[in-house]
Design a protein around this ligand. Sequence first.
Ligand code: HEM
Length: 186
Amino acid sequence: MYGMVNKSVQALVTTTFGIDKWESIKRKAGVKEDVFLSNESYPDSITYGLIGAATEVLGMSADEILFAFGEFWILHTAREEYGDMLSSAGRNLPEFLEYLPMFHIRVALIFPNLKPPRFECSNRKADRITMHYFSHRPGLSVFVRGLFSGVAKLYNTPAQITQTKFKDKGDDHDEFLVYWGDAAKQ
Ligand code: HEM
């Protein structure tokens, strides 16, 4: 993955837990790089290694870290560094989600080696939408739930995000119901 992803993991850890924890995580993951370059591609194994080491050093589950990372990616990294791209993708939560299938096509114009996820939408109602997530990378569905949660917070829209199909339990892809109706406000 592009270095911006590892840099974002670094920012999440250092701002929440401090620089010493980050150094321990890097050491445990066997990462030699002093800095990650945003525009350079790194093996996915580095990102997975950092997440794995973070579970041990921080005493958190992989799901807790991946969810927090999803929210952080949207509310900090994407908002601060790619704000124009983010805000031009929709005026509200449903518009953003409907645009998501196109989103990484634009990202790939800037980052040509991108191996992006694929999203599809279905069953759009006034208060809900079903989101389908396809990836050749394993184990990231909780990250996606964190991303959707971050997007809902970005638009100050209370939402419930429920995973309804699970690739790691034999479904052919991961599926999520995003609901922003009145019951989500309570
Ligand atoms: C300006 C905002 C964004 C940028 C610049 C961006 C960029 C990237 C990059 C560089 C990667 C790593 C893939 C690679 O390097 O080959 C990635 C992966 C990913 N992105 Fe985005 N992204 C953005 C917003 C979003 C949003 C809004 C979502 C969903 C709500 C999303 C979902 C994902 C997922 C799930 C992955 C993991 C890769 C996979 O599943 O295979 N991204 N993105």
